[in-house]
Design a binder for this molecule. Structure first.
Ligand SMILES: Nc1ncnc2c1ncn2[C@@H]1O[C@H](COP(=O)(O)OP(=O)(O)O)[C@@H](O)[C@H]1O
Ligand SMILES: [Mg+2]
Length: 215
């Protein structure tokens, strides 16, 4: 069982959106996935309530036992991949975010392209490095066909984490899909964003394979 944690200090960068869309892709392609809502706002759990499909499994972080207990439960239930969707905030030692980073085989930092987004990404990148856990950056909610994407990619690479060559473009279909408890692929299979999520997941799987060889 592999654990992928999605983290970023800033809210609204697309952590939960990535957890949902990568979770659905991974569940279709690579077997049972559990997405764990570690955010006390319980956005993912709310999304699950709107949803008809049974998979991927969506679990909430239990008050007792925390990350360790939920990972044990996922393992017993036969999950091949667990995606930990974390809240925004500083990964202080002992916090849920720090525990989720520490438990991961790979930490995916979601970031938008703005200057303030890139500045806010630094502490998360540092926390990933301090935990000695492999990390990667996925640019999300980016403008279509804009030079700012390349600029952001270069700036984020300066934090020492590989940046996914595919960025997820801003698409209103993503907002609509969430309203009905779906991923983009379920809501609008022909939306070009579906291909982006597929490419991002393939690339992250490559990073996970790399991890398997080195841990
Ligand atoms: N690529 C995108 N295109 C359009 N809307 C997006 C995209 N990514 C995220 N959003 C929207 O932005 C908001 C914040 O995303 P969310 O995944 O909740 O961020 P986080 O979990 O990091 O706080 C949500 O309303 C979501 O629907
Ligand atoms: Mg969220």
């Amino acid at each position: 069982m592999r654990v992928v944690t999605i983290a970023s200090q800033k809210g609204g960068t697309g952590k939960s959106t990535l957890a949902i869309n990568l979770g659905v892709q991974a569940d279709r392609r690579d077997g049972p996935v559990a997405i764990v809502d570690c955010d006390e706002h319980r956005g993912l759990a709310q999304w699950r309530l709107q949803r008809e499909a049974e998979r991927p499994v969506v679990a909430e972080l239990p008050e007792e036992g925390g990350i360790g207990a939920i990972l044990e439960g996922c393992r017993e239930a036969g999950a091949r991949l667990v995606i930990l969707d974390t809240p925004a905030g500083t990964p202080r030692p002992g916090s849920v975010i720090a525990q989720a980073i520490g438990a991961a085989h790979l930490v995916v930092m979601a970031s938008k392209t703005g200057f303030l987004d890139i500045m806010a990404a630094r502490p998360t990148a540092e926390a990933i490095a301090a935990a000695r856990v492999p990390g990667a950056v996925v640019l999300n909610d980016v403008p279509a066909r804009s030079a700012v994407v390349e600029g952001a990619r270069t700036a984020l690479a300066g934090y020492g984490l590989p940046v996914c060559p595919t960025a997820v473009v801003h698409r209103v279909g993503i907002s609509y899909s969430l309203l009905t408890g779906q991923s983009l692929a379920e809501y609008d299979p022909r939306n070009p964003g579906v291909e982006e999520f597929k490419k991002v997941w393939s690339w992250l799987k490559g990073r996970l394979g790399h991890v398997a060889q080195h841990r």
